[in-house]
Design a protein around this ligand. Structure first.
Ligand code: HEM
Length: 268
């Protein structure tokens, strides 16, 4: 009888997890002791980003299908993952400016700025920016990032859900060009305001809104800790990716993925 599970009987822990590949991907380019830390922190962050994308794409599909229970579970999981990502700055902070200076020449122009998963996550949350595709031109990741730009974001799906629930959301908000960033709209703010004024009546939408705010709150905490770690390690030097460094990173702290959810807090 054939094995319906297709599991090789002699499969080991290392086989299942692809540890040969995973653990041979740490290839320091310098003799510096701290380069291993630098590589592992980045790789671990990319793995958490991969899981975050998986969970939030799942959450988006469940919101689109009016099935909020599983979406809540997935969004909550991502908030916990963000906790891990934020915590990792503490580990990286054990690297001193002198340690980093020694390995910096070996990094060339490589920079987190080129992380396509980070950009895909920003797109999935609604911060679309077509110009960010340029750096991926001609790479295998361009297609995936381009798809992430074209698809509605998780927040777009939440706004469409508000419309399906009977809130007066204009058609040009629910059927817009998804490649553009979400822009705050008074009708969306009015809908969330109604939800926040009567949580008992709209409990699931209220819970959804608070889970989104959790995501944004932690995203900003990660950005802030990145900025402060960068200031601590390279001061105000420019980045390996060619930006102004700390000044570039500080700019992202001004934005909001879900502007209406913050606006309602002022008027409530
Ligand atoms: C010594 C540690 C680090 C330094 C000095 C550093 C520095 C910088 C700088 C200066 C930038 C701006 C772009 C540039 O000009 O390069 C940047 C961007 C970025 N870094 Fe780091 N970084 C560090 C660690 C990390 C780690 C551990 C991650 C985790 C994945 C990371 C992810 C990113 C991402 C995603 C961006 C793009 C941010 C955006 O475009 O808004 N960085 N980094």
């Amino acid at each position: 009888m054939s094995d319906p599970l297709h599991t090789p009987p002699d499969m080991s822990y290392g086989d299942y997890l692809g540890l040969d590949t995973l653990l041979s991907a740490q290839r320091p380019l310098s003799p510096e002791h701290d380069e291993m830390l630098f590589i592992v922190i980045h790789q671990a962050s990319e793995l958490w980003l991969k899981l975050s994308l998986h969970e939030l794409r799942g959450a988006r599909a469940h919101v689109a299908a009016d099935d909020l229970g599983p979406a809540f579970k997935m969004i909550s999981r991502v908030s916990r993952i963000q906790g891990q990502l934020i915590q990792s700055w503490d580990v990286l902070g054990t690297m001193t400016p002198s340690d980093y200076q020694a390995l910096r020449p070996h990094l060339g122009q490589s920079s987190g700025f080129q992380s396509f998963q980070y950009r895909a996550l920003e797109f999935l949350l609604g911060a679309k920016d077509e110009t960010m595709l340029q750096v991926h031109e001609g790479t295998p990741t361009h297609g995936e990032l381009s798809a992430a730009l074209t698809e509605p974001s998780l927040y777009d799906e939440c706004v469409c859900l508000l419309a399906r629930r009977g809130f007066a959301i204009p058609g040009d908000v629910t059927a817009r060009d998804w490649r553009k960033p979400h822009a705050a709209h008074p009708a969306v703010e009015a809908a969330w305001l109604e939800v926040y004024r009567d949580p008992v009546r709209y409990w699931d939408l209220y819970e959804l809104a608070e889970k989104l705010v959790d995501l944004e709150f932690r995203f900003q905490q990660w950005r802030f800790a990145h900025l402060k770690t960068v200031e601590r390690i390279i001061g105000f030097k420019s980045g390996t990716g060619g930006s102004m460094g700390a000044a570039y990173l500080a700019r992202a702290l001004q934005g909001s993925f879900f502007p209406e959810l913050y606006a309602v807090r002022t008027v409530l």
